[in-house]
Design a protein around this ligand. Structure first.
Ligand code: CUA
Length: 330
């Protein structure tokens, strides 16, 4: 009885882990739903082959003296070990292939360029088509970072690229993963089917902070999406603040852009509306003045492997002012 209880509670925990904002078992997109559908059929097919082959093995070794003749043995191998798996696997292959055209269907939603960089995500709404992607990433379109907003029910086209190494863009609840490859533009269509907040991750090992290369996906109504892009397009909301002077004095603008101010660095994430984002440091800390200050002062401690240097030598008043200003940029 105790064994049954342990097994049952184990199963409950295992199934509980299958739901949530970063799970392939809780689809919120048409492609993820099909991939899950395919997974169950593959699992069923694999189970069928396993049971059949195991059954035949038991039959051949133990059960039946008739199975011990050479002809019977050959027949078992041909039918059980070759023909049966070929039929089942061919059926599963055909089932998988007929899903492909659906994944390739054209997009009817916004085009968004996403550049995967060590170890964060550069996002550009209103991106031009492929030839202009590189240009888009250096200024055109509406820049943002580490947070991707999508309109529900539309097929948004994501143009993926990378300036350094291979990364992989994956939002498990919405679609399969696609690599971001230096020197190429890869495409992925995301069609979310319900609103909510989901988590994305980098799914290709890319260096020290690979595991901390995350992002947030906000699926909203079309009206909310348009309002968000308009808000992202606007310059910084707070210009007169002691933190802005500290930001500029300490050279933060060499790497970070705050539109509406002279800070126009394109090395790191755009911070124009940092205060309005959910997370900081590519999905690793919730945005708050305390967290921003900690990230500026103890960067390497908060995110080992990060490319940004720590500013631990700055006076606390200075990092506090910077954090208060960035937190106010909503
Ligand atoms: Cu980027 Cu792993």
């Amino acid at each position: 009885r105790a064994v049954h209880l342990a097994a049952a509670s184990g199963a409950v925990f295992a199934l509980a882990a299958c739901r949530g904002p970063q799970s392939t078992f809780d689809p919120a997109g048409t492609e993820a739903a099909e991939v899950l559908h395919l997974f169950w059929w593959m699992l069923g097919g694999a189970a069928l082959i396993w049971l059949f082959v195991m059954g035949l093995s038991v039959y051949a070794t133990k059960a039946h003296p008739k199975a011990h003749s050479e002809r019977a043995g050959t027949r078992l191998i041909v039918w059980g070990g070759v023909a049966f798996p070929v039929v089942v696997l061919t059926g599963l292959l055909a089932f998988g292939l007929q899903m492909m055209p659906g994944f390739r269907a054209p997009a009817d939603g916004p085009r968004i360029a996403v550049s995967a960089e060590r170890f964060w995500w550069r996002v550009h709404y209103d991106a031009p088509d492929t030839p202009g992607v590189a240009k888009a990433l250096s200024g055109e379109g509406v820049p943002s970072a580490n947070e991707l907003w999508l309109p529900v029910g539309r097929r948004s086209e994501i143009l993926l690229s990378s300036p350094d190494v291979i990364h992989s863009f994956w939002v498990p609840n919405i679609a399969g993963k696609v690599d971001a490859i230096p020197g190429r533009v890869t495409r992925l269509v995301l069609e979310p089917t319900r609103t909510g907040t989901f988590h994305g991750i980098c799914a290709e090992f890319c260096g020290d902070a690979h595991a901390q290369m995350r992002f947030v996906v906000r699926v909203v109504s079309e009206a909310e999406f348009a309002a968000h892009v308009a808000a992202e397009r606007a310059p910084a909301a707070v210009l007169d603040h002691p933190g802005r002077a500290a930001f500029e004095r300490n050279g933060c603008g060499a790497c970070h852009q705050v539109r509406g101010t002279p800070s126009d660095g394109l090395v790191g994430p755009d911070l124009t509306h940092l205060g309005s984002r959910e997370t900081l440091g590519a999905g690793i800390l919730p945005v708050s003045v305390d967290a921003i200050q900690r990230f500026v002062a103890l960067t390497e401690h908060e995110k080992p492997g990060v490319q940004m240097p720590s500013f631990a030598t700055l006076p606390e008043a200075e990092t506090r002012a910077i954090a208060e200003w960035l937190g106010a940029l909503r």
